[in-house]
Design a protein around this ligand. Structure first.
Ligand SMILES: NC(=O)c1ccc[n+]([C@@H]2O[C@H](COP(=O)([O-])OP(=O)(O)OC[C@H]3O[C@@H](n4cnc5c(N)ncnc54)[C@H](O)[C@@H]3O)[C@@H](O)[C@H]2O)c1
Length: 114
């Protein structure tokens, strides 16, 4: 018996990396998994990996920066599984250190103007 039997999870950015690992782990614990990503190839791959292991998964294309994509993913999840219990908001990008430093410098200059 899995820790997530009977649950439905959605993992954003599950087409690779940490999101994929979470999706596979949740599926191995009995959850049905809605895999979402902007990368259709990676997302379908993750869903196929889950199905190949005997799990249940649905891939839905969704860019988390677009509200309409997010609404559609939730609609599709509920249409397929009738519920949505867990959301892992994993999708994101890693800013290079230089960009973070630039943001810090900009914020500092805004503060010093105040
Ligand atoms: N890997 C690390 O060491 C590390 C450390 C700290 C935080 N994080 C964060 O963890 C998350 C996952 O990291 P990862 O290393 O697995 O990255 P990754 O690049 O391997 O995977 C990110 C996934 O998110 C998807 N994605 C990107 N933008 C998206 C969007 N707008 N909408 C939907 N999907 C989108 C990509 O297509 C990709 O499949 C990121 O938010 C990252 O910033 C990672």
């Amino acid at each position: 018996m899995g820790k997530l039997d009977g649950r439905v999870s959605m993992v954003t950015g599950a087409g690779s990396g940490i999101g994929r690992a979470i999706a596979l782990l949740f599926a191995s614990e009995g959850s049905k998994v809605v895999v979402t990503d902007v990368n259709d190839k990676g997302g379908e791959e993750t869903a196929n990996m889950i199905r190949g292991n005997g799990g249940d998964a649905l891939f839905v294309h969704a860019d988390v920066s677009r509200a309409s994509d997010c609404e559609n993913a939730i609609r599709e999840a509920v249409k397929r599984y009738g519920q949505l219990d867990i959301l892992v908001n994993n999708a994101g990008i890693d800013l290079p250190r230089a960009s973070l430093r630039l943001i810090f410098l900009r914020m500092s200059s805004i503060r010093s103007l105040a």
